[in-house]
Design a protein around this ligand. Structure first.
Ligand code: AMP
Ligand code: MN
Ligand code: MN
Length: 324
């Protein structure tokens, strides 16, 4: 495990930096990439810094620097230093992998216990609830400002379910307090980026809840949206956020699984657990990754095949707690 360094030290005279996140960027990914971008602009203005990310929800557009993010991955781009936030392996970089491969130096800042050590230098803390929280520890407190704080706070609330997951610690709350002290519009950030749903998202949630079924004596719940249903709902991958968390709220459920068919025959699976099942193991088994209580992977085959494969493992895991 690498001793945590300050970002300032990692930059050390560097003149060109590229910041990358993971495919299908979530709040922690966008927040950490933009928080880091704004910090570098401040502490190393001489460095030419670019952020490359796949398109993300427009609710994150208020964060400073969001309008500077490049969504077209420049395959010719070269840089001295590439810093990757919140991504556990090279595959998760999507098209960014080409830029990563050409960088002089690579650094991964992450909190996924499934991180493969794919970068030259890895700053991994699996016990920390979000990459944004980890990034805070790597910044000089004196450089903190309202804009950087808003980015980090956004990531923290997304990866902790607004501070309610097991991963949130006293230190998480302490840092959140310091970020609040910078004068961020925290109520707005929470409402607009976390709880607010548009009409499509609300309909997708409704359909997914209707499709859900219980397994393993009610300890496992699973719902699938087929490509046909997704099309009928006119929903995209950005409209599926929050469904798997909602499923987990059903009484007595230990594990929730939500799958949607991105293209025919390819399903994105998200899993959440409450108490004793480590869903990252199942995700890693199917080539994905994540954390003990939140993980994901991609599965290929027909709806029956992929749910069959996934549920077989999850059912066993759910029934393995010794309870009758
Ligand atoms: P999701 O269910 O997609 O919201 O993801 C839950 C957690 O698992 C997040 O921390 C993701 O970064 C991680 N994750 C999701 N899909 C994958 C994947 N295919 N490979 C590695 N990690 C993943
Ligand atoms: Mn993420
Ligand atoms: Mn994260």
């Amino acid at each position: 495990m690498n001793r945590l360094k300050k970002i300032d030290e990692i930059l050390a005279g560097c003149r060109s930096v590229v910041i990358l996140g993971h495919v299908h960027p979530d709040g922690d990914c966008v927040g950490s990439c933009l928080g880091l971008y704004n910090y570098i602009q401040k502490v190393a203005p001489q460095a030419e810094t670019d952020v490359y990310l796949e398109p993300f929800q427009k609710e994150f557009a208020f964060l400073k620097g969001a309008d500077q993010v490049r969504h077209e991955f420049d395959t010719e781009k070269t840089c001295e230093l590439c810093i990757v936030c919140d991504a556990s392996d090279r595959e998760r970089l999507g098209k960014g992998a080409e830029i990563f491969d050409r960088a002089g130096r690579t650094v991964s800042i992450d909190h996924h216990k499934t991180n493969t050590g794919f970068a030259g230098q890895t700053f991994l803390r699996a016990e920390i609830s979000s990459t944004c929280e980890l990034l805070y520890e790597m910044m000089e407190e004196t450089q903190m400002d309202r804009e950087i704080a808003a980015c980090l706070y956004t990531g923290m609330i997304h990866d902790t379910g607004v501070f309610k997951y097991q991963s949130a610690t006293a230190r998480t709350m302490e840092i959140a307090g310091k970020l609040m002290a910078e004068g961020i519009p925290f109520t707005d950030i929470i409402d607009r980026t976390f709880y607010q749903k548009n009409y499509r998202q609300s309909k997708a949630m409704g359909q997914a809840l209707l499709n859900s079924r219980l397994y393993a004596k009610g300890r496992l719940i699973c719902s699938v949206l087929t490509a046909e249903e997704v099309e009928r709902l006119q929903a995209g991958s950005m409209d599926m956020e929050g469904i798997v968390e909602q499923l987990r709220l059903v009484e007595d459920v230990e594990v929730s699984a939500f799958l949607y068919e991105k293209v025919p025959g390819e399903f994105k699976a998200s899993m959440r657990s409450r108490e004793y099942v480590d869903v990252s193991e199942t995700a890693a088994f199917f080539g994905g990754g994540g954390h003990a209580r939140a993980a994901g992977c991609t599965l290929r085959g027909s709806k029956e095949e992929v749910t069959g494969r996934l549920l077989e493992r999850l059912e066993k895991e759910c029934l393995q707690d010794g309870r009758a």
